[in-house]
Design a protein around this ligand. Sequence first.
Ligand SMILES: [Cu+2]
Length: 157
Amino acid sequence: MKKFFFSLIATSLLLAACGADMRNEVAAKDYWARSGVKDGNSAAYMLIQNGTDQDNELTGASSDAAQAVELHLSQMKADGTMEMIQQQSVVIPAGKALELKPGSYHVMLIGLTRDLKAGDEITLTLKFKNRADLTLTVPVKDAEGMSGGGMDGHQMP
Ligand SMILES: [Cu+2]
């Protein structure tokens, strides 16, 4: 938890330094989904910025590309293996950003309805506690060469 808190601070500083727009809204950027095969699993990652002065919560997601979509947190277990824990919601504090990335929070796509190849696009709708749904057209990318690839254990046990 402490580590996550620090990464939030680092993310916020980075955003401030870049002058990224966090105009009084909750918005997603840098979103992408991992390539995968039909009936397999995948995940979507992004940065969600909360530029408002009110805490918000990501409460769920849906997509036509998967039979089920869940919010997950990957974390290291005591025995050194990774596990994924479903989250009912994830808080996005006022003025901060939530980073969904491999090995951490992610939108889990369970039971892909089709093959997802690099260059494809999927439609992903994010649901929030204090905001209208946000529908994104998310590009698919290969996870090759990405550090931590596979750490989310996206093969279901
Ligand atoms: Cu997952």
